[in-house]
Design a binder for this molecule. Structure first.
Ligand code: DP6
Length: 396
């Protein structure tokens, strides 16, 4: 029997993937670019075991036995086994590709919070399967078949997912385009919004957008293509203010095509818009102070939660601003409200205090996550071997 445990990070797109040219192979209509986040606060963890004595494949997600019928999981598994069988053909003496597998996956963050859990989850699953079946080479094109955005979590730093041109998807892969410290000391603040309504999932939402939105035609043929090039230039030149503007513009365009969808996909709430508006005012102040390198940017996925990128020099100030504008409900302690990297929120200037006072909304956020970009390799084998007890259900 062979067993491995791996972890994989979350990634946040700054140029969004929204819309497929092939639903089955999960091929996107446009290139996208993302940052891979640190695994300290959020990661997926998967343990896989293969054995010639296992009689069937089995799958547990967050401790619950799940069916392995899911076509996306099946596609990943089939592709890994196909690649593993090729290795045997090339002279490997093991026929491990034919062994059944038991898979245990878990996230260390709430799946329901809509925080890119499928990206980390599928990247982790594919990476762990690759390790246990001995598959080498690019795994992003396999992770892509689990969930499109998962292919970017295979790498660290800034990552570009190339849409590719080939019908079989062979050139639709993710590649690192800049190392983790390219924009050094960046902090990430995620505002988890208290959202009552249920959102339309990304897969369904983007399909409806492609089918019904005329604004989407413009995004694909004009705006996102040129924004990708501008973003590549901003990254190459380490032009942080332009990087911020492009990130914000692309998030807003994605949500504009969502609203142009019939029926509309509404992901951002009033609180999401209040966070965005506060950050625009913050950036205006930094521009007046001639501190444009201290600008911050926000981006929203298919949900109401804001993901904010802030230079470390102002991260505590931005946290203090958010705490003042969106205080926890009176019963909740600040420690419990700001999760992740311990912080000492700064004392706000008069100008910033009045910005916060203009938009105070108590209890509108569930909590904040304070984290950073990934500094080490992305998907990795976890040195900590889980106890047999915790793996007991693998064998049941
Ligand atoms: C809004 O990767 O979840 O997060 O490929 O259908 O599984 P499927 O969609 P998914 O889409 C994520 C879209 C997004 C933007 C992004 O991450 O680029």
């Amino acid at each position: 029997m062979k067993t491995v445990t791996c972890t994989a990070p979350v990634n946040i797109a700054v140029i969004k993937y929204w819309g497929k040219r092939d639903e089955k192979l999960i091929l996107p209509l446009n290139d996208s670019i993302s940052f891979t986040l640190s695994q300290d606060e959020m990661c997926a963890k998967t343990t896989v075991s293969i054995s010639p004595t296992f009689t069937e494949d089995k799958f547990w997600l967050n401790g619950k036995k799940e069916s392995l019928e899911n076509p996306r999981v099946q596609n990943c598994l089939k592709e890994i086994r196909r690649r593993a069988s090729k290795r045997k053909f090339e002279g490997s003496d093991e026929n491990v590709w034919s062994w059944h597998v038991h898979i245990c996956s878990e996230n260390n963050f709430p799946t329901a919070a809509g925080l890119a859990s499928s990206a980390a989850g599928y990247a982790c699953l594919v990476y762990a399967l690759g390790q246990v079946y001995g598959v080498e080479g690019d795994l992003s094109s396999v992770a892509r078949q689990g969930s499109g955005s998962a292919c970017r979590s295979i790498h660290g730093g800034l990552v570009r997912w190339y849409k590719g041109e080939a019908d079989d998807g062979s050139d639709s892969v993710a590649r690192p385009i800049a190392p983790p410290d390219h924009f050094p000391n960046l902090r990430v603040i995620i505002c988890v919004v208290n959202a009552g309504q249920k959102k339309t999932g990304s897969t369904v939402g983007m399909k409806q957008t492609v089918a019904t939105s005329s604004l989407m035609q413009h995004r694909i043929s004009v705006s996102v293509t040129s924004r990708i090039e501008s973003m590549m230039k901003a990254i190459k030149e380490k032009d942080w203010p332009t990087f911020c503007d492009l990130t914000i513009a692309d998030s807003n365009e994605m949500h504009a095509v969502c609203l142009d969808t019939f029926p509309p996909c509404v992901y951002m709430t009033d609180t999401s818009h209040a966070v965005a508006s506060l950050l625009h005012k913050y950036n205006d102040l930094k521009t007046i102070e001639s501190n444009i390198n201290h600008k911050v940017c926000y981006t929203f996925d298919a949900g109401p939660n804001a993901c904010i990128f802030a230079p470390e020099a102002v991260a505590e100030e931005v946290l203090a601003l958010l705490l003042q504008a969106f205080p926890p409900p009176p019963a909740q302690a600040t420690d419990d409200y700001v999760k992740g990297i311990p912080s000492q929120p700064a004392t706000l200037s008069k100008e910033l205090t009045s910005l916060a006072e203009d938009c105070v909304q108590s209890g509108k956020l569930q909590y904040l996550i304070h984290t950073k970009k990934l500094q080490v390799i992305p998907c990795q084998e976890d040195g900590h071997v889980p106890s047999l007890d915790s793996l007991g259900f693998l064998w049941s």
